[in-house]
Ligand binder design. Sequence first.
Ligand SMILES: [Zn+2]
Ligand SMILES: [Zn+2]
Length: 241
Amino acid sequence: MNPNPRTGRHVTGLAGNPMTKVLPGQLSLFDDLDAEVAPLPGPQTAAPSLYDSPSRGLVARTAEVEAWRARYGNWSSIRRSHAWEVHITCPDTPTARCQPTVLSADLRCDCLDNCCCVGDLLYRGACRGCDWEGEPRNQENAAVEDACDHAWPGWRDLPVVPRVPEDRKRHGAWVDRVATHYPTKWLTDGGPIRTRRSGLATRHVPGRTPFGGYDLAAEDPADAAASSTPHDGDPPAQRDS
Ligand SMILES: [Zn+2]
Ligand SMILES: [Zn+2]
C-alpha cells in the first residue's frame, strides 16, 4: 500500500517513479501505463509464420501447429500460421511402408481491397511412413506425383487400367484383372493405379483402390487435342500409355 503521502490516494502520471512499490498481487497503475506505451503484442503481429519451418514429416508438423494453436488461438489458424498441414481429404494415418499424401499451406491473404499480395494455396508431397517431403508445388496433382515418385517409383510406367467398380461385389474380379498387369503385391500393398480421365475429372484421388491406393489420372492425349469437346461414355478400358 503506497498511497500518495499527501492525498492518501494513488496518483497517475508517475510512470517510472523509482519510489513506486507494488505489493505482490497488487495491480500497478504504473506498469499499466508502461504497457500502453509499448507496442501491444496482438495476435496479428505476434503469431509467427510456420511456412518456412525446418520441421519435416507429419508427426513434427502436427506437433508444431498444435503448439502454435495453443499459443496463438484456433481462429483462422490455417491462414494465420501458413503451416504445412495434410491437405483436406488426403490421408494422414501413419503407415508401415512409405505411402504418399499431400500437404498444403495457405498463403492467401485477408485483404479487402488494394491487395498486391502474391499469396496462393501451395502443395507439397509428403510421406506417411517417413519424414520425406517434396518441393512446394502450385498444383495438388504435381505434389501427388512427387510423393508417388518417393513411395512408388516406377508408377509412371504402369499401364492404364479400368476404373475401380463402384459395386464392391465386383472388386474381386477387378483386382484379379489388374493384378496381372501390375508388379507383384503392388495393389495389395496400397500402390497407386493409373486410370484414363478427361474433362474436369483429372484429380489424383487418394484411397480409391480396394487397398487404399491413389487413383492417378492419366489424361487422354486425344482429350487435350480435342480441347473442350466433352466425351460421351467411358474411354476404352485398357490402353497402354
Ligand atoms: Zn517415405
Ligand atoms: Zn492481400
